[in-house]
Design a protein around this ligand. Structure first.
Ligand code: ADP
Length: 481
């Protein structure tokens, strides 16, 4: 029998252990889909102090050793857990990972360097697992291919190890001062330069991965094209252009078991594509819970997002008063930049009958909002893939998106002549294009509810499961083996 390809999937976050955004969703569901597609994929991530006790208590300690990081020698434990069909390894070091959040600390560069080195160091300690490929994700794991090329290739065990690096968000690059190369990474400035780690006057972890990985992928075909241009390339377009032959765009999927309106325990009233009507009970429940007028006919517009510039919130703020002039309800669920949090809080105060700003992160509650909403806004400035619009469609809430990155690849705009479509879209980063697109959607909601419900059914019928993407990853893996 042909042996299954063994792949180690390295990510700094993965649901249900740690999730701050789309990366957590992807790392929490793609390995399982790849296992179903015929690979032996195991996940590795930090053992964060916040991982729920129900998982921690089942972990088995399998190894411990020290990891050299320049002049430091740091303890590293490896814990093991098999859950939900996937084997997971956890890198344990309380100094680096026993903290309240995943990111946002002054030593994130050192924590990520430690994690990357630990992933390489742990390989010979993993019983019955001998990966031929490490699949790295975002800048936190970018040093894995760099360290591999810097030192480990000389060792027989690592000589033929291959790496694939997936960019989930190019905005975050792990850029830090040059002293980091010798003081933390243990690489002289010359060697760091030769390994492609330097950009301008910084050490740039992500650039290191772009130069040292065998294959590069990003999370939608459109974003793979966009990052080769100056506008979207975040100062890396030259490298993408020079490595275009190994750069692939594969659209993310979502976990269709977790996001399933038919079975979701986090919503009040389950529904499916053949019986949508119970969906409106979720809206009424949410309206009551939030102290908004209870009336299932009022269209509810939701934003479920990190509150950052990327997400196009400046467009929304620009037209907020005009939008709230309409007979709608707007629910914002998000945390992020204070500038946006304050602006939405102020708008809630002025439009108390029509708007709620829920400034926290709550996974379960987000399911209720997806199920209650009629429209979900994702007007991003750029969007590598975006999951929010896919989850929205799964729950029959029609997305209004800007045509960029994965939003363009996953939402088919409504065609008034053929009735085709799964949402609404606009092209330019312009606040009034957003407003007119929302108003157009609202007009159909009010005046042609039959077409609206047909769009809901079309959106709910779209297949956003991982199976198609998993096949594409499998074919890339086979190129490396
Ligand atoms: P990004 O990865 O850029 O943050 P995505 O759309 O790819 O954006 O993924 C965001 C994920 O995080 C989605 O699953 C979305 O529902 C979820 N999410 C964002 N903000 C919140 C929040 N405040 N509470 C719960 N879930 C959230």
């Amino acid at each position: 029998m042909k042996k299954k390809p063994q792949i180690l999937f390295a990510s700094f976050e993965a649901a249900p252990f740690m999730k701050t955004g789309g990366l957590g969703d992807v790392a929490g569901s793609l390995p399982k889909a790849l296992c179903s597609a015929g690979a032996n994929v195991r996940l590795i991530l930090p053992k964060f102090g916040t991982i729920p006790e129900k998982y921690r208590s089942k972990m088995k300690h399998i190894a411990e050793f020290t990891v050299p990081l320049s002049w430091r020698n740091q303890y590293c434990g490896i814990d093991y857990l098999r859950t939900n069909g996937v084997t997971c390894y956890f890198i344990d070091n309380e100094f680096y990972f026993k903290r309240d959040k995943a990111y946002g600390y002054g030593d994130d560069d050192e924590r990520c360097a430690f994690f990357s080195k630990a992933v390489l160091e742990c390989l010979p300690h993993l019983p019955n697992f001998d990966p031929k490929i490490i699949h790295c994700n975002d800048w936190h794991t970018a040093l894995i291919p760099v360290f591999l090329n810097a030192w480990y290739r000389e060792n027989d065990y690592y000589r033929n190890l291959r790496t694939i690096f997936t960019i989930h968000n190019l905005k975050f690059q792990g850029a830090c001062p040059k002293f980091v190369s010798s003081d933390i990474l243990g690489l002289s400035e010359d060697k760091a330069e030769r390994l492609g780690l330097i950009r301008g006057d910084s050490v740039n972890f992500l650039k290191g991965a772009l130069c040292n990985s065998d294959l590069l992928t990003t999370v939608s075909p459109t974003y793979a094209e966009e990052i080769c241009t100056d506008f979207y390339g975040e100062n890396m377009s030259d490298i993408f252009l020079s490595r275009k032959n190994v750069l692939f765009g594969i659209l993310n999927g979502i976990d269709t078991d977790k996001y399933n309106p038919e079975t979701d325990p986090a919503i009040i009233s389950n529904y499916n594509v053949t019986d949508i009507s119970p969906k409106y009970k979720n809206k009424e429940f949410l309206q009551e819970k939030l102290g908004l007028p209870v009336n299932s006919e009022i269209p509810m517009i939701a934003v479920i997002s990190r509150l950052t510039e990327q997400k196009g919130l400046d467009l929304l703020l620009r037209i907020l008063d005009e939008l709230l002039f309409e007979d709608i309800q707007l629910v914002i669920l998000g945390i992020g930049d204070k500038k946006y949090e304050n602006a939405f809080r102020a708008a809630e105060y002025s439009h108390n009958n029509r708007m709620r700003a829920l400034l926290y992160f709550d996974e379960n509650f987000s399911h209720l909002v997806y199920s209650a909403a009629d429209i979900v806004l994702v007007p991003s400035l750029f969007e590598p893939c975006g999951l929010s619009q896919m989850i929205a469609m799964r729950y029959g809430s029609l997305p209004v998106v800007r045509e960029t990155g994965g939003l363009r690849d996953s939402v088919s705009p409504y065609n008034v002549y053929t009735g085709e479509g799964t949402g609404f879209s606009f092209s330019n980063y312009n606040a009034h294009e957003l407003l007119f697109t929302i108003k157009n959607a609202l007009r159909i909601y009010w005046d042609d509810h039959e077409s609206w419900e047909k769009l809901m059914q079309q959106a709910m019928s779209r297949d956003f499961s991982w199976s198609a993407s998993a096949k594409e990853y499998m074919s890339l893996y086979s190129k490396l083996l």
